[in-house]
Design a protein around this ligand. Sequence first.
Ligand code: SAM
Length: 245
Amino acid sequence: MRVAILTLFPEMFGAQNTLGVVGRAINDGRMDVSLFNPRDYAQDKHNTVDDRPFGGGAGMVMQIEPLLAALNIARAKVGSGSNKTVLLSPSGTVFKQQTALTNLSLDGLILICGRYEGIDQRFVDKYIDEQWSIGDYVISGGELAAMVVVDALARHIPGVLGNNQSIIDESHLDGRLDYPQYTRPENAPEGSVPGELLSGDHNKVRLYRRREALRTTFERRPDLLTQQLFAAEERRLLKEVIDTN
Ligand code: SAM
């Protein structure tokens, strides 16, 4: 997947693009991330990219021209094919695991990071396919949101994570949160590892994890459970959770 990011702060992506899962995806050639700064395409000698809002009010608004010039270069970079241009915005639809999976097959994704009070609505109306929010709060710029999106996508590109099971078991994939994890030592001042995980019995381990994933979801995000159908085994495990709660 080729990702192009329009940002006034390309330096912010330095760590993500070189470290961890995304760094590895880029290094292995499984993901391409390029950065375009609208300021480089500003028309005046001060490299202006923003101006005051019509109608008055606080803050500044990003102007159309530098964004469009950067977008045209980004489009050329991601090439033809199945592409999408997305604005990171607190007014967008919430970016979920399912959003990452739905967009995984895109050839190119252009992410636009707003700053200040946001960007001129005419640019949004004409050039933006979708708007994604990372949650119901406002942060100072789209960069952190773009990093969240890039990381969530990279994890699902085949071969990026060493062990594909990590993805299969992850929170949110099937509408449940993850089960608790333990590592050595078996006994610590803080407690002991649950017996099922030490039993060596694969079925016991599986049932423990399924039940505890349901417990975590029931306790913290019961809303996730209301839109689901449960097989008989899960109904029994969920009853155990409810009875012991
Ligand atoms: N005036 C805007 C409003 O009230 O909706 C907030 C602008 S915010 C300070 C600047 C930029 O940060 C936005 O244009 C957007 O790109 C990004 N941003 C802020 N919160 C976000 C969120 N929850 N999800 C995605 N992007 C966000």
